[in-house]
Write a protein of this length. Structure first.
Length: 281
């Protein structure tokens, strides 16, 4: 019933919202760059402004996020430039179901044959192409993509001896998942964390009928991420952790960086919560 209602209501909003939102996209989001060597089995294969991470294993590769639909050819070129055949990408892990990270999934899945793995709370959004929750910028649709595996908190995803752990960090979307993996570097264990976003980014914090738990979820996820051990932080928006600059400077190993990013996000969240609360109540 709820779904039928949404299906009937959304298309008009989509038509109105999509062009305006498209004009606001930063040019760096679609600016191609060559692949960037990161650390251990992880390379950066995204654009200047939107991250896609490739993790090579002995049984094929794992891709984290696909960014925007028009970026698929650039990401595919980067994967191939690293000597990985597209059909050797076996899994595509999703951070969350927003167009800037998920719109390229359908094309990447088609071209690689990989299985899409995503947080259970975002599966409906991914499979309909309609983002979850309500925002102040309307509804920006993206190509729908079938999800082969839905993960819950603590689930592990393994390929070729590499294991990623799914950490539920809902709020930004209901199925926003942080992925973590441990590598050994010169005999020392390093925790690599791919944090899901905790920015408000236009999300409606009050009266969000499609996501009533949003504020509780944000607060719990911010606390959880602030306490998570991370030696290397690789977010979906690379500038949040200066990923490309750090890669160049050799300073990707930065314990304390995740906590610093998350505490800043918490301040921003509190400010935005107060601001929206003044107008909503
Ligand atoms: Zn997002």
């Amino acid at each position: 019933m709820k779904r039928l209602l949404l299906a009937a209501v959304l298309p008009a909003a989509v038509l109105l919202a999509a062009p305006a939102a498209a004009q606001l996209d930063p040019p760096a989001w679609t600016r191609p760059i060559p692949p960037v060597r990161l650390i251990g089995p992880v390379d950066y294969v995204g654009t200047q402004g939107l991250a896609a991470y490739l993790i090579r294993t002995r049984d094929g590769a794992i891709l984290i996020d696909a960014t925007m639909a028009e970026n698929a050819p650039a990401i595919e070129r980067n994967i191939q430039a690293l000597g990985v055949r597209l059909r050797d990408v076996k899994l595509i892990l999703v951070s969350h179901a927003h167009f800037d990270h998920a719109a390229g999934l359908a094309a990447m899945r088609r071209d690689t044959g990989a299985q899409v793995v995503a947080g259970a709370g975002d599966v409906e959004a991914l499979e309909t192409g309609i983002p979850p929750g309500e925002t102040n910028y309307g509804v920006v649709r993206f190509p729908a993509v079938p999800v082969a595996r839905r993960v819950r908190d603590g689930d592990k995803v393994t390929l070729g001896g590499v294991t990623l752990r799914a950490v539920a960090t809902p709020g930004h979307t209901p199925g926003c998942f942080t992925w973590t993996m441990r590598i050994a570097q010169r005999g020392r264990p390093l925790d690599i964390v791919f944090p899901c976003s905790v920015t408000v980014a236009g999300n409606k914090l009050f009266g969000n009928a499609r996501y009533p738990r949003i504020v509780q979820d944000y607060r719990a996820s911010i606390a959880r991420l602030a306490a998570l051990h991370a030696d290397v932080v690789l977010p979906a928006h690379p500038e949040m952790a200066d990923v490309l600059e750090r890669a160049k400077a050799g300073t990707l190993v930065a314990p304390g960086l995740l906590r610093q990013i998350v505490l800043k996000a918490r301040d921003d969240f509190d400010r935005e919560w107060l601001r929206q609360g003044r107008t909503a109540r």
